[in-house]
Design a binder for this molecule. Structure first.
Ligand SMILES: Cc1cc2nc3c(=O)[nH]c(=O)nc-3n(C[C@H](O)[C@H](O)[C@H](O)COP(=O)(O)OP(=O)(O)OC[C@H]3O[C@@H](n4cnc5c(N)ncnc54)[C@H](O)[C@@H]3O)c2cc1C
Length: 601
């Protein structure tokens, strides 16, 4: 079985030493959460996932789930693990106390919670992650009646949630959906249609499942502008007749509400996560938010899920790295090129080989950099809710910009890192014993769901950058340039600050080029979007590495901080230079792509 230890020290360092989480959260309603209580939560969640989630991860993958007669039975141990997490309150940390939640900061829920959950059992983690997303949308936009009836059950995890967007002929292009919602006289709707690829659409973990469904009300505008959002439960209350839910009991009528599952996909990884075809046949549902405003509301949920998906890349990279590094420490092959390191042994440790170190350090530094950027993003998520307009505006702009980058760059790096961890272990990495083979299969979906990485890149380049004449970008450039200026005279910081400065200048020039060329030819922008997103990700990681180095330079002499400085050097020497080739690819434009004869593709 794969081993894993929660990287608690890393989070303590990032939240409390690099990004001043406690100061940043001041005045945001988290008075009960100080450094000690946040540390305890990090430690408690680490212990819980190691003890309860990790042991079921491999069996879940091996045994998978059973689909029979429209019902799904989860693999052994999943129901118990879910129940324990629910009873210990781990699924509702960021939900409101009036709904049974802890009211804890989102930086814990979105970052640490997501990393530990996905590292130890990604298949299980998606259940509470989805329910939390549905809770957020419902508690913010649902009618009082809906919130009163459903919010507590969702927050605690007693009832689970799903998001139902995709249809057989409508994936990225949701304007094509054909699921219909027809008004009923009592104010509810009758929802009919087929959704596919629905995660956790059916299972036996909870008594009820609440589906957030995108559907069109007949007579509305065409395309995405005519889409609305509905809450459709698997089971209705047993004493509900019609009209408002107020006063209905939470006992359920076990006749299904016309919601059935007609299949569960076989897939490459995540064998313990149901991926369902869901049929809604005149199912009773309730409108959430205003009519025809379904897409913006669903995007609110998806933005949260996109950050969580980025953390999947990081979580699976971390557990792969931990196992690969442990294996490499034991493995002896060949000799140190400069002369035998351990002549009394038959061979030296493979850690003497530069190429082995290249792989392990690439993995380690990618993980540490992404965790730092994630921690900053998590704190910004909380600051979005500040009463201080200046703070909330700036945080919202930054989160808008960072979301597609965290989703796409972290999952690209996550997949690359798990691949590297498999490679560094040779044949042992490809075989199942050490777990990396499973993580390689599990992590791959993260680049596809919640909007493919290509679509994230288009969102960044085509929307987030240009919105309000570049307002989002201005909110980012200001702290970046201020940081660079602040460190300009520091000799110690020069090796980090100089490349960062070049990267930021390059980003400004490429942005100008993308926008101006893109106005004349939209294919220029679209052809460069993925490389631009990666370039941008590198600049953000460069900023977090330089910031990390600034903190660690003051604490030199301690192995933890010295290792961080070595990581920062590795980043700028061996990862950041890829910005040069990315810039060249962006500048080459769309010609070679679009003029290639289509018949020969
Ligand atoms: C395991 C799993 C779980 C899932 N869970 C859920 C879920 O819970 N709920 C849900 O609603 N959906 C879910 N999905 C669906 C998932 O979100 C979609 O698969 C994903 O959004 C891509 O859509 P698609 O598969 O239809 O690909 P398509 O939209 O057909 O895209 C095919 C390719 O074309 C590209 N492309 C498409 N349009 C454009 C464009 N305009 N510009 C540039 N490139 C474009 C894409 O990037 C992609 O590379 C899940 C899928 C899987 C496999």
């Amino acid at each position: 079985m794969a081993e894993w230890n929660p990287p608690n020290r890393e989070y303590e360092f990032l939240f409390f030493e690099v990004f001043d989480a406690i100061e940043s959260l001041e005045g945001l309603g988290f008075d009960d959460f100080d450094k000690d209580s946040l540390s305890l939560m990090i430690e408690g969640w680490g212990n819980h996932t190691k003890e309860v989630w990790l042991p079921i991860n491999e069996t879940g993958d091996r045994e998978g789930l059973i689909f029979e007669g429209g019902e799904i039975t989860m693999p052994p141990g999943f129901k118990d693990a879910y129940k324990r997490g629910m009873e210990e309150g781990w699924f509702s940390t960021s939900c409101k106390p009036e709904h049974g939640g802890m009211g804890a900061p989102l930086c814990f829920q979105s970052v640490t919670w997501s990393e530990y959950g996905t590292a130890t059992c990604m298949a299980l983690s998606v259940f509470p992650a989805l329910s939390n997303g549905v809770y957020e949308v419902l508690s913010k936009h649902g009618s009082k009646d809906l919130v009163d009836y459903f919010a507590r059950k969702l927050a605690t995890g007693e009832w689970a949630g799903t998001m139902c967007l995709t249809e057989p002929h409508a994936g990225t292009d949701l304007g094509l959906i054909s699921t219909k919602a027809e008004p009923r006289p009592d104010g509810s709707y009758q929802v009919s249609g087929t959704k596919m690829f629905i995660t956790a659409g059916e299972h036996d973990m909870t008594e009820n499942i609440l589906h957030l469904v995108l559907a069109k009300v007949p007579g509305g505008p065409e395309g995405t502008k005519g889409i609305s959002l509905f809450l459709v439960p698997k089971h209705l209350p047993s004493d509900w007749g019609s009209g408002p839910l107020a006063g209905s009991s939470h006992e359920l009528n076990h006749q299904k509400n016309g919601v059935t599952c007609s299949g569960s996909e076989g897939k490459m990884g995540l064998h313990a996560s149901p991926t369902c075809v869901m049929n809604f046949e005149q199912s009773v549902g309730w409108l959430v938010g205003p009519l025809h405003r379904g897409m913006p509301l669903m995007f609110e949920m998806m933005n949260r899920e996109r950050l969580a998906t980025g953390m999947m890349g990081l979580g699976l990279a971390e557990i792969s790295y931990q196992n690969a590094a442990a294996w490499c420490r034991e493995r002896r092959q060949g000799r140190d090129l400069r002369g035998a390191r351990d002549p009394e042994e038959e061979a030296d440790s493979i850690l003497v080989h530069p190429d082995v170190r290249r792989m392990l350090l690439q993995a380690k530094v990618n993980i540490e950099g992404c965790r730092a950027l994630a921690s900053w993003t998590g704190i910004l998520l909380d600051q979005m809710h500040s009463d201080d307009k200046e703070v909330s505006e700036s945080a919202s702009a930054l989160v808008a910009l960072l979301t597609p980058i965290v989703k796409a760059h972290f999952t690209d790096l996550g997949c690359e890192t798990v691949d590297t961890c498999m490679q560094v272990m040779g044949g042992a990495g490809y075989c199942s014993e050490f777990g990396v083979e499973q993580f390689y299969r599990d992590v791959r979906i993260s680049k596809i769901w919640e909007g493919t990485n290509g679509i994230q890149a288009l969102d960044l380049a085509g929307r987030k950058i240009t919105k309000d004449f570049g307002a989002n970008l201005r909110h980012l450039m200001w702290p970046l340039i201020e940081f660079i200026e602040e460190n300009r005279e520091s000799k110690d910081m020069e090796e980090f600050n100089k490349p960062l400065y070049k990267g930021v200048r390059g980003l400004q020039q490429l942005t100008l080029m993308m926008v101006s060329e893109g106005m004349a030819n939209p294919n220029f922008l679209a052809a460069g979007a993925s490389d631009y997103c990666r370039y941008f990700g590198n600049v953000l990681l460069g900023y977090t590495w330089a910031k990390t180095a600034q903190v660690c330079l003051e604490r030199r002499g301690d192995p933890f901080y010295d290792a961080k400085l070595s990581s920062a050097r590795f980043f700028f020497d061996r990862i950041f230079p890829e910005t040069i080739s990315l810039a060249a690819k962006i500048q080459s434009g769309p010609k070679t792509l679009m003029e290639y004869p289509e018949a020969m593709i």
